[in-house]
Design a protein around this ligand. Structure first.
Ligand SMILES: Nc1ncnc2c1ncn2[C@@H]1O[C@H](COP(=O)(O)OP(=O)(O)O)[C@@H](O)[C@H]1O
Ligand SMILES: [Mg+2]
Length: 358
């Protein structure tokens, strides 16, 4: 026999979409918010059959593992920078467009910023122009291209083609691949290409330099804006490295000028505004918890401790809270108490840093 939570899980369970491909990206763009999950009191939980309780808890695990993205001040600031860069996206094809680079340490929300921006942009373009281009092809305003370790020039082109589900032949030459990329991008009228995890390109290696130069070439050849995302792009001198030959020096410098860097900072408690922003983030997270005994200030009362545990990093906070919710449900404590937090592990880097300061 089915219960409301088994039914909820049928339509709200985890979504296995893969953003690196147009079908998965489309599923992500069109995924709505999950149906709300009612918070049951202990008494109501006690009245459930063992199976219903198991399904209610399974539904809560899915719910807590997928908190809605919060519009933090970092997200708002990044969106504003991207919007400004996107102003040049309106330029006709014969004029060059600017690029934006989202650059920070890991776990600060870069990919979240890029995918949320991309999703809004995709929806806006669909609203205005519809799902097909003038010649009847599927319109794909965004191409999302995550790189993997040791990306070579061929891998980069193939990864772009993979987004379009274009079957690149293994014998295709570099020139063939570039022609295919140009064809896919123009046919789908793509306007923004997001290259994620660009730090996987090793610029000290010949392959890496070729990738950097190739990206510059594509940016010149295609009527799209590029969004580059990576860890420590500035330190890796992505925008200034590349081809060392003196004749290309000018081109590289030009590229650096054309790219706007958008850093993403962790939260800080050292200013009043910083503290407020941290509390606002915790408020947004605590409003989403489905725990029977959690008070209204379930997370904000631990503001300083949560900061110490995560060093104000949103990715570490999200994983710490996910673990804490899991413990709160499975132990039956139904609250994020100091005890639950002490049982919950954050990611390894946070734990090491927290131990160093405490
Ligand atoms: N704006 C946000 N709202 C809620 N959670 C966020 C937000 N940004 C990041 N996160 C959480 O932090 C985790 C890491 O973010 P991510 O965007 O993957 O960081 P990065 O790409 O910088 O490594 C995400 O999986 C998510 O749980
Ligand atoms: Mg990322």
């Amino acid at each position: 026999m089915s219960n409301p939570w088994a039914l909820w899980l049928r339509t709200n369970d985890r979504q296995p979409y893969i953003l690196a491909d147009k079908v998965g990206w489309d599923a992500f763009v069109n995924s709505g918010t999950r149906d709300p999950l009612k918070v049951l009191s202990r008494q109501e939980m006690g009245a459930l059959s063992a199976e219903a309780l198991e399904d209610y808890n399974a539904a809560r695990h899915v719910w807590h593992a997928n908190p809605a993205a919060v519009r933090t001040s970092q997200v708002a600031a990044a969106f504003s920078v991207i919007d400004q860069v996107m102003a040049s996206n309106h330029r006709d094809g014969d004029r060059l467009r600017g690029a934006v680079a989202i650059d920070s340490e890991p776990g600060l929300g870069k990919t979240t910023i890029a995918t949320r921006y991309g999703r809004d942009f995709h929806r806006r373009i669909y609203r205005r122009y519809g799902p097909t281009t003038k010649d009847g092809s599927q319109r794909l305003p965004i191409a999302f291209v995550p790189l993997r370790s040791a990306t070579t020039l061929k891998d980069l082109n193939k990864q772009i083609l993979r987004f379009y589900r274009h079957p690149a032949g293994s014998r295709d030459t570099k020139a063939d691949l570039v022609a295919l990329v140009v064809d896919c991008v123009t046919t789908a009228e793509t306007r923004l290409i997001i290259i994620d995890d660009l730090h996987f390109v090793d610029y000290n290696h010949r392959d890496g330099k070729a990738v950097a130069n190739h990206l510059k070439g594509l940016a010149n050849a295609l009527p799209v804006t590029f969004m580059y995302i990576g860890v420590g792009l500035l330190e890796r001198r992505f925008f200034t490295e590349g081809n060392e030959r003196a004749s290309k020096g000018l081109e590289v410098a030009q590229m650096a000028r054309r790219t706007t860097r958008c850093p993403v900072a962790p939260f800080t408690l050292s200013t009043d505004a910083g503290f407020r922003a941290w509390v606002d983030l915790l408020t947004a997270f605590q409003g989403q918890l489905v725990l029977a005994d959690a008070p209204a200030d379930v997370l904000t009362r631990h503001a300083r401790d949560l900061f110490r545990r995560t060093q104000g990093r949103i990715g570490s906070l999200a994983s710490l809270l996910e673990h804490a919710c899991h413990i709160a449900v499975t132990t039956g404590i139904e609250d994020i108490t100091a005890e639950v937090l002490s049982m919950s592990v954050a990611d390894n880097a946070s734990e090491t840093s927290a131990a160093a300061v405490s």
